[in-house]
Ligand binder design. Structure first.
Ligand code: NAD
Length: 248
């Protein structure tokens, strides 16, 4: 298991689902973890679980698609811990609809919450990471950003955008020993996917070579690896965690 002792990590949208599991996993490996979510109680809940397991951290309520709130959050982290080693841009949401029926507001919202937030958070941590000549940025993309998904033109575009940003930033900061990678989950059981109708769930599982939905633990293990020293020669990479759904 990759050791993250002494590292300071920020995980956005970590009040529940994948982000929560990532935050708990990074803490289990020794990192001090800043949990974040739109609602204070969710970020606090995750932090409480981290503390129960003997870990350390801080909970910050902030909308990571808002520039001022991101700036304030990262300043609080730097003031509290003196550095930021790991950033996991996990916060994301969906507003699915066929393009013909999709309101422009839903396009704007998804691009802001899923893509601009990662740009804002990454920009805010670059200076401290460059100063330390160390950093790990992991962006949560999706199979929808690689293969596209009907009903998700907004979401797929935001997740494809994250992949482009991951590769461009990886090139910009590699000389400072900062790596930038993405994790592309397939279908993972969380509140984001719980409302899919059973017939669609059955069809989806039949398309997955490993024959099952993914778990939040599957995704957290991949993020923890990319956030560790063991992944120091990996940058600009998109690691699929999808049971073989999208290959190549
Ligand atoms: P989720 O809805 O269970 O959790 C997302 C969390 O992000 C929520 O707690 C939410 O409040 C928070 N959040 C949303 N907007 C925010 C904002 N502006 N600022 C701060 N926090 C915000 O979803 P999940 O399934 O855990 O998904 C986590 C990430 O993984 C998302 O980026 C999602 O697109 C991606 N993903 C999920 C799946 C899946 O099958 N569940 C597949 C591929 C990718």
């Amino acid at each position: 298991m990759a050791d993250l002792s002494g590292r300071v990590a920020v995980v956005t949208g970590s009040g529940r689902g994948i982000g929560q599991c990532v935050a708990i996993e990074l803490a289990r490996r020794g990192a001090k973890v800043v949990t974040n979510d739109l609602s204070g109680c969710c970020a606090e809940d995750t932090l409480a679980e981290i503390r129960q397991n003997g870990g350390e951290g801080l909970a910050i309520t902030a909308d990571v698609s808002d520039a001022q709130q991101v700036e304030d959050m990262m300043k609080t982290v730097a003031d509290t811990f003196g550095k930021i080693d790991i950033l996991v841009n996990n916060a994301g949401t969906t507003r699915d609809n066929l393009m013909m029926r999709m309101p422009e507001a839903d396009w704007d919202l998804i691009l802001r919450v899923n893509l601009k937030s990662a740009w804002l958070c990454s920009k805010a941590v670059l200076r401290p990471m460059m100063r330390n000549r160390y950093g790990r940025i992991v962006n949560m993309t999706s199979v929808s950003g690689i293969a596209g998904q009907a009903g998700q033109t907004n979401y797929s575009a935001s997740k494809a955008g994250l992949i482009g940003m991951t590769k461009a930033l990886a090139r910009e900061v590699a000389s400072r020993s900062i790596t930038v990678n993405a994790v592309a989950p397939g279908f993972i059981k969380t509140m984001l996917t719980e409302n899919l109708p059973q017939d669609i769930l059955d069809t989806l599982v039949n398309q997955i070579p490993l024959g099952r939905w993914g778990t939040v633990e599957d995704v957290a293990a991949a993020v923890a690896f990319l956030a560790s020293d063991e992944a120091s020669y990996i940058t600009g990479h998109v690691l699929s965690v999808d049971g073989g759904l999208v290959m190549g």
